[in-house]
Design a protein around this ligand. Structure first.
Ligand SMILES: Nc1ncnc2c1ncn2[C@@H]1O[C@H](COP(=O)(O)OP(=O)(O)OP(=O)(O)O)[C@@H](O)[C@H]1O
Ligand SMILES: [Mg+2]
Length: 445
């Protein structure tokens, strides 16, 4: 992408309405535009990151054996009357009437609808286990939408639902989700800690929230600092192996880590004092096991191996896809702007031409741009006729992890400069070497 032809409406001034850094930078970097309280347009740069995050979520869900589909945003109220949640959900639910006066709602979540799909088509334990998920817009008429995409009213969520024949199989699905979520967040450069949580309106027995530590987080969290050292890394986990998956979950949930809703002062005080941490966190996901809560009330029954009809065991599992942009920025920025982790960056690398119009500089930039493209790497090439300082400021603000700077002086010596956004360190090398280095960095992402 050539910046002269792109749509990147950066703001020079700090927008007054933004109280936290991620919201400020998303507005300043031209990623989003507010259209109503808690409702945003995703401008091209923001949209690219959103799509990257979605892509990672899809890849990790499919890796775990979960199956994507797509349910609508609008749902009939009657489905929610079956589970009893139509009245329970309260003012957070956006209720709509169509021209026939039929009651509809904009889905805040999809347990009822997925249960309806399941009961229409699945009757036997032989078709289980089954986990279906989608990534779809939700609407919750939050009392206090704020912090940009962190607490929107319309927001993008991945929500998945497992269907299993018995409790053990459903707990395996729960564990599988936990591991797939850990992988998902790590690929985004995040440390998200699973914490024992409270089940709230979804209802159920077992639930963990995934929290990214950040001073601007809305949840108060209590944990053993050793929990922040745990990493899944590149280990291969066989998602069909119950014992192996359970062992990973045990590793990540044994140390004390809880939100204020489930905090237990006595257990917490047993941790060595220097490891006892109280902090704030952003909830980026939650997994629930709730058994037969929806299948029993909505008649989603399957025949077991004894020929009996039993309500199917279920759980639901959500990732805050749009909230993740805010969470990643809260976790990764400096006073100049965003620092995208390679996994989610809108462009892998930026090219800054220090002297637009200089024959050698222009040709070298074009050459780099095409060589990167040939390796499947789409650079953002700042080909505007701007001062170097302004170009650097834009690159720093939008946070691409790598920048190649091209100028006549370096080219006279056959070199360009490769700079890391994170460390600020620069290295001179030939254009070919810079392309090779970038390709190598992204090969593992
Ligand atoms: N208003 C919102 N704006 C953006 N993301 C949200 C919002 N509400 C929930 N999410 C995201 O969707 C995920 C799954 O939804 P869930 O039903 O668990 O939300 P929740 O527990 O009600 O969230 P919260 O406690 O933050 O209101 C959450 O973990 C969060 O990351
Ligand atoms: Mg939650």
């Amino acid at each position: 992408m050539r910046l002269s032809r792109y749509f990147l409406p950066v703001l020079k001034e700090n927008p007054a309405e933004a109280q936290i850094v991620s919201h400020r930078y998303m507005l300043r970097a031209g990623m989003i535009k507010q259209q109503a309280a808690g409702i945003y347009s995703w401008l091209p740069l923001g949209y690219r990151v959103l799509k990257r995050i979605e892509q990672i979520v899809h890849e990790e869900q499919v890796r775990a054996g979960h199956i994507p589909l797509l349910m609508p945003t609008l749902q009939p109220a009657d489905l929610w009357r079956e589970s009893g949640r139509y009245d329970d959900y309260g003012q957070e639910m956006l209720r709509i009437k169509d021209r026939q006066e039929r009651e509809m709602l904009y889905g805040p979540t999809n347990e009822e609808m997925i249960t309806d799909i399941f009961r229409a088509h699945v009757n036997s334990y032989k078709d289980l286990p089954l986990t279906l998920y989608h990534i779809q817009w939700k609407f919750r008429d939050e009392m206090r939408p704020r912090f940009g995409v962190m607490r929107g009213r319309e927001f993008l969520m991945k929500d998945g639902y497992n269907f299993d024949i018995d409790r053990d199989a459903a707990l395996h699905a729960y564990n599988r989700h936990m591991v797939s979520y850990l992988r998902t967040y790590e690929r985004m450069g995040l440390t998200a800690i699973p914490m024992r949580a409270d089940s709230g309106p979804i209802g159920g027995d077992d639930t963990h929230e995934f929290l990214v530590l950040a001073s601007t987080g809305e949840s108060e969290v209590f944990f053993d600092s050793a929990v922040t050292e745990l990493k899944l890394g590149n280990r291969e986990v066989d998602y069909d192996n119950r014992a192996e998956v359970a062992a990973v979950c045990k590793e990540f949930t044994t140390l004390y880590a809880r939100t204020d809703e489930t905090h237990d002062a006595a257990l917490f005080d047993a941790i060595p004092e220097e490891r006892r941490k109280v902090a704030r966190g952003i909830e980026v996901g939650q997994i629930f096991y709730f058994g037969t809560k929806y299948s029993a009330s909505m008649g989603a029954l399957v025949t077991n191996d004894k020929g009996e009809k039993v309500p199917v065991e279920m759980g639901s599992h959500g990732i805050g896809v749009s909230r993740l942009l805010g969470a990643i920025i809260e976790a990764s920025h400096d006073d100049k702007g965003i620092i995208w982790p390679e996994g989610v960056t809108p462009f892998p690398v930026g090219i800054v031409n220090l002297k637009q119009g200089d024959g050698a500089a222009d040709a070298a930039c074009e050459g780099l741009y095409k060589a990167l493209a040939a390796r499947g790497l789409e650079a953002l090439y700042d080909d505007r006729d701007e001062r170097a300082g302004a170009k650097f400021a834009t690159m720093d603000l939008i946070g691409l992890p790598w920048r190649i700077t091209v100028g006549p002086r370096g080219l006279a010596n056959g070199v360009v400069e490769l700079t890391s956004r994170r460390t600020g360190e620069s290295e001179e090398m030939s254009p070919e070497a810079a392309v090779a280095r970038i390709a190598e960095i992204y090969a593992g992402v």
